[in-house]
Design a protein around this ligand. Structure first.
Ligand code: ADP
Length: 608
C-alpha cells in the first residue's frame, strides 16, 4: 500500500520490490476472501482459547492457595494431636509418679508406725490381762486396743499393697469351703449392723468348695463389706452372696446406700481414688481388692449410681491353678468380733421420761459421730455431768434431735449419709431445733473448713484430736450463754428479748410465741397443746424449746405472762380483782390471788 501511494503521489520509491501479499485477481479473489474469513475465525478462536487458558491459570492459582492453606491446617492439626497425646501421656505418667510417691511415702510412714503401735498394743494388752481395773478403765483400755488394731490393719494394708505392686506378695493356695467362711466373715459385722439398724443377708449355697488364697479372699470380702457398712444409712440393707458357675465363683456385696456418682464409678478401683461423696478413708481398700482379684486371674466389676446403692461383683476361678501351700495354713481371722455392748445406745426413750424430768435434771447432750469409739469416749467424759444420747449418722441424728430436743449437740463433720455441715444447717433452720447450740468436731484444722462450719450456723468448732477439758468447757460455756438468755426472759424485757438471739428461726419463734400468748391471755382454755398446734411443734418439742430458751416450762411462762398483764391492769385501771383475774384467764379469783402472791410476794389488793 505504501509503495502504491508513493507512486501515485510521485514520491521516490524503490524500483525493486518483492510483494509479500498475494496478487488479488478476479480468479483468486473469492478464494482469498474465504481464506481471510477463515483466518479471522481462527484468530477469534485463538482469543477465546487465550481467555480460557487465563481462566484456568487463575483457577490454578486459587487452587494452589487452597492447597497451601489445607496443608498448613493439616500440619497444625497433626501438631495439635501430637501435643494432646503427649500431654495425656505426661499427665498419666505424672499421676502414676504422684501415686507411686504417695505410696512410697505411706509405706515409709507405715514402717515407722509399726514399732510405736506395737509399743502401745503390748502394754495395753498387759494392763488388761493384769486385771484390777475399774469398769471405766477397762472400757477405755479396750477402746485403745480396738483403735490400735484399726491402725495396725491400715498400716498392714498399705504394706501389703506395696508388696503386691513390687510382685513380692506370694499366693498361698488351699482348699476351703467358701460358704462356711463367708458366714463367719459376715458375722463379724453383726454387732455394728445391729447398732446402725442395717440388715445383713447372706445368700450362699450349702457348701461351696474352692481353691484360692484364703487370706486374700478374706481381705477382698472384708474390704467390700466394711465399705458397704460405711456407705449405707441407718435402716439400710446389705446382701453378701456367692454363686457357683461352671468354672468360676461370683462373690457379690451389694448395698442400698449412698452409691457412687455414675461418672466416677470407673475410677473406684484406682489407687487413692475417693468419690466426691465419700467420707474419710484412704482409697487403698478397693485397689487392694482389684490387685488380689488380679492375682487370682479374676475380675472385678461394680454397678452403682448416686443414691442408688452399690454392687461389687468379684469373679474368681473355682480352682485356682498353681502350687498348693506345702503345709495347711493356720487360719487367723482378720478381724475380731466387735463385742461392744449394744445396749449402751439409749436412743429410744419415752416422751414422759423427757418431760417428766425435774427442775434439777442434767442438761442433755446429743452426740452424733459414725465412729463407735468416739461416741463411747465422749459419753465417758460427758456422762458424769450430762445426760447423753447418741446417733451414728447425720440423718439419724437429725431425727433424734427433733424427737428429744437436746440442750447441746456435739457432731462430727465427716460422716456418711449426711455430713455435719448439712446437719447443722437443717438443725438451725427448723423451729423445733434452731435454738440448740451445735459443736462441730473435725479432723481438719483448716480455716476454710472452720468458716464453712460457722456458715452452717455452728456455735463452736473443735479440731480433732481434742482434749476432753476443751470439749467440756465449750459445752459448759454454751449452756451458760443460754442461762444468760434465761435471765433476759425472766426480766420480762419484752421486745428486747429477741435481741439476745442470733438465729432468725429463734427470733421468729419467740415473737410468734409472745403474740399467741398475748392474743389469748383472757382465754382460760389456752393450753400448751393449743400453742404447740399454732406454732407447729409437738408438746415435747415446745416444752424443750421453751424451757431451753426461757428457763420456764410453757405452763409457767403462760402463767407468768398472765400475772404480768394482771399486775399492769391492777396498777393502771380501776377494775376489781375478780374482773382482772377473769380478764387474764384465771378461772377462780382465789387461785389468782395465790399465784399472784407467789409471783410478786404481795396480794393483788396491795397493789392499790
Ligand atoms: P476408702 O473407703 O478408704 O476411701 P476404698 O478404696 O475402699 O477407699 O474406696 C474408694 C472409694 O469408693 C470410696 O472413697 C468411696 O467413695 C467409694 N465406695 C467404695 N465402696 C462404696 C460403697 N459400698 N458405696 C458407696 N461408695 C463406695
Amino acid at each position: 500500500m505504501q509503495l502504491a501511494i508513493s507512486i501515485l503521489e510521485g514520491k521516490p520509491f524503490r524500483r525493486d520490490n518483492y510483494l509479500t501479499g498475494a496478487l488479488v485477481t478476479r480468479d483468486n479473489a473469492r478464494v482469498l476472501l474465504l481464506q481471510n474469513e477463515e483466518v479471522v475465525k481462527q484468530a477469534s478462536r485463538l482469543t477465546s482459547l487465550h481467555g480460557r487458558v487465563d481462566a484456568y491459570l487463575a483457577q490454578y492459582k486459587h487452587q494452589k492457595i487452597y492447597m497451601i492453606l489445607f496443608g498448613v491446617i493439616i500440619v497444625l492439626l497433626l501438631g495439635l494431636i501430637v501435643y494432646t497425646y503427649r500431654t495425656i501421656v505426661m499427665k498419666h505418667r505424672l499421676e502414676e509418679e504422684t501415686a507411686n510417691a504417695k505410696l512410697q511415702f505411706f509405706t515409709g510412714v507405715s514402717h515407722e508406725l509399726r514399732t510405736p503401735l506395737t509399743l502401745i498394743a503390748a502394754p495395753v494388752e498387759h494392763l488388761l490381762e493384769m486385771g484390777h481395773l475399774t469398769d471405766e478403765q477397762s472400757t477405755m483400755l479396750r477402746m485403745v486396743q480396738r483403735n490400735v488394731n484399726v491402725l495396725t490393719q491400715l498400716v498392714g494394708e498399705i504394706l501389703d499393697f506395696r508388696k503386691v505392686q513390687n510382685g513380692k506378695m506370694p499366693m498361698v493356695l488351699s482348699d476351703f469351703d467358701l460358704s462356711d467362711y463367708m458366714r463367719q466373715w459376715l458375722a463379724v459385722f453383726n454387732a455394728s449392723a445391729m447398732k446402725q439398724k442395717i440388715s445383713l443377708r447372706l445368700e450362699v449355697p450349702e457348701t461351696l468348695p474352692v481353691r484360692a488364697d484364703l487370706s486374700k479372699v478374706e481381705r477382698i470380702c472384708y474390704n467390700l463389706l466394711s465399705n458397704a457398712m460405711k456407705y449405707t444409712q441407718t435402716g439400710g440393707h446389705i446382701v453378701f452372696s456367692a454363686k457357683k458357675h461352671d468354672e468360676t465363683v461370683e462373690i457379690v456385696v451389694s448395698d442400698d446406700g449412698i452409691g457412687i456418682p455414675k461418672d466416677e464409678v470407673k475410677h473406684v478401683f484406682s489407687r487413692f481414688f475417693q468419690a466426691s461423696n465419700a467420707s474419710g478413708g484412704t482409697g487403698i481398700g478397693l485397689a487392694l481388692v482389684k490387685a488380689y482379684a488380679d492375682m487370682h486371674h479374676g475380675k472385678v466389676a461394680v454397678e452403682s449410681g448416686e443414691g442408688k446403692g452399690a454392687s461389687f461383683i468379684i469373679t474368681l476361678p473355682l480352682k485356682q491353678k498353681g502350687e498348693m501351700a506345702a503345709a495347711p495354713q493356720p487360719y487367723v481371722p482378720l478381724i475380731v468380733e466387735d463385742t461392744e455392748d449394744v445396749s449402751s445406745l439409749n436412743v429410744s426413750r419415752n416422751i414422759d421420761e423427757l418431760i417428766g424430768s425435774g427442775e434439777d435434771s442434767k442438761p442433755e447432750v446429743l452426740i452424733i459421730d459414725d465412729n463407735n469409739d468416739i461416741r463411747t469416749y465422749l459419753r465417758t467424759i460427758l456422762g458424769s455431768s450430762y445426760k447423753v444420747s447418741e446417733a451414728a449418722d447425720g440423718k439419724y441424728g437429725l431425727e433424734l434431735a427433733r424427737r428429744i430436743v437436746p440442750d447441746v449437740i456435739v457432731s462430727d463433720v465427716m460422716m456418711p449419709v449426711m455430713d455435719g455441715f448439712e446437719l447443722c444447717k437443717l438443725l438451725k433452720s427448723e423451729a423445733a431445733t434452731s435454738h440448740i447450740p451445735v459443736i462441730l468436731l473435725t479432723a481438719h484444722g483448716l480455716d476454710s473448713q472452720r468458716a464453712e462450719g460457722y456458715d452452717s450456723g455452728a456455735d463452736a468448732y473443735i479440731a480433732k484430736p481434742f482434749s476432753s477439758r476443751v470439749l467440756c468447757s465449750r459445752v459448759e460455756n454454751l449452756l451458760k450463754s443460754r442461762r444468760h438468755l434465761h435471765r433476759l426472759f425472766a426480766n420480762q424485757a419484752d421486745e428486747t428479748e429477741e435481741n439476745g438471739l442470733s438465729n432468725e428461726a429463734d427470733k421468729t419463734f419467740v415473737s410468734q410465741l409472745r403474740k399467741i400468748i398475748q392474743d389469748h391471755l383472757s382465754d382460760s382454755e389456752l393450753s400448751v397443746e393449743k400453742i404447740g398446734e399454732e406454732i407447729g411443734l409437738s408438746r415435747v418439742q415446745l416444752y424443750r424449746k421453751v424451757k431451753a430458751l426461757t428457763g420456764y416450762s410453757p405452763v409457767e411462762m403462760l402463767r407468768k405472762a398472765r400475772l404480768a398483764r394482771a399486775r399492769h391492769l391492777l396498777q393502771t385501771t380501776e377494775r376489781s380483782i375478780s374482773e382482772v383475774a377473769y380478764a387474764v384467764g384465771f378461772s377462780t379469783p382465789s387461785y389468782f390471788s395465790k399465784c399472784y402472791k407467789e409471783e410478786f410476794g404481795i396480794q393483788p389488793g396491795q397493789e392499790r
